[in-house]
Design a protein around this ligand. Structure first.
Ligand code: PEP
Length: 258
């Protein structure tokens, strides 16, 4: 089963709306020829309309960094799925910074993912363990449980439009990473095999699973050469045109597309 690789840049709380448009203006000609890989950027909410208008007609896709589970209501500061519709294709849910600073739980991540799907948006569901869980050798048990909770009630037919991002918390923004083999092992055992137990082997083989956490040009090839790693969710290195373009090039090479 060949899965289309997907490299997504999470800009976090960086770039004003005008900086974001300037940045994608430089990115479009560099990224456009690199086909065979989905190229997604996830700007802060306020920059989304400008970025979305700028990339229209190019192969670059846009994602949001979060979404609320309600259709509308008294939820000050939140953004509903319908508000993103037509502007983004993807939405990250369960990013560790949202879990850490805004108290997101697997239950909420599950509600966000379901609401996104209902609105026709594709969720990128982020999971990953703390350093204590990693040191205790409990990563697979923990991540497997996250997958079960985050996919609760998600119907079979929706599964292939979901992307999972495995992001060990201790690797995000730290320069530390698991080895590529270790990341592949966790992705295979705790994510793909758990999805197979929930939805069957065929469905599990269709789900794209990214690695995320201090992905840089010097380690990208190793991760992308792994059979169960289908792309990357990239923070810091997505904020530099050259680095992000290099990451997409390396994904293409590693997957035999260049
Ligand atoms: C992220 O924000 O999802 C991330 C993985 O960040 P970084 O690449 O900077 O570690």
């Amino acid at each position: 089963m060949s899965r289309i690789p997907i490299v997504a840049g999470n800009w976090k709380m960086y770039k004003t709306p005008s900086e974001a448009v300037d940045f994608v203006t430089s990115l479009i000609p560099e990224l456009s020829p690199l086909d065979g890989v989905e190229r997604v950027i996830c700007p802060p909410f306020l920059a989304i309309p400008g970025v979305s208008a700028k990339v229209a007609g190019s192969p670059i896709q846009v994602g949001a960094q979060n979404v609320h589970w309600q259709k509308e209501g008294a939820f000050t500061s939140d953004i509903a799925p319908a508000m993103l519709k037509g502007l983004v294709e993807y939405v990250i849910v369960g990013h560790s910074e949202v879990r850490q600073y805004h108290g997101d739980t697997d239950e909420r991540v599950n509600m966000r993912a379901k609401a996104a799907l209902e609105a026709g948006l594709k969720p990128i569901i982020a999971v990953g363990e703390s350093v204590d869980t990693y040191r205790a050798g409990q990563t697979e048990t923990f991540v497997g449980a996250q997958i079960r909770a985050c996919f609760a009630g998600i119907p079979q037919e929706a599964v292939s439009s979901i992307v999972v991002a495995y992001e060990p918390l201790w690797a995000i923004g730290t320069g530390l990473t698991p080895t590529a083999e270790e990341a592949n092992q966790i992705i295979k055992n705790a994510i793909r095999n758990v999805l197979a137990s929930l939805y069957g082997e065929d469905a599990a083989q269709q789900v794209r699973i990214q690695y995320g956490g201090s992905v840089k040009p010097d380690n990208m090839k190793g991760f992308m050469s792994q059979p169960d790693i289908d792309g990357a969710l990239v923070g810091g290195a997505s904020l530099k045109v050259n680095d992000f373009v290099t990451l997409v090039k390396l994904a293409r090479e590693a997957k035999g597309l260049a």
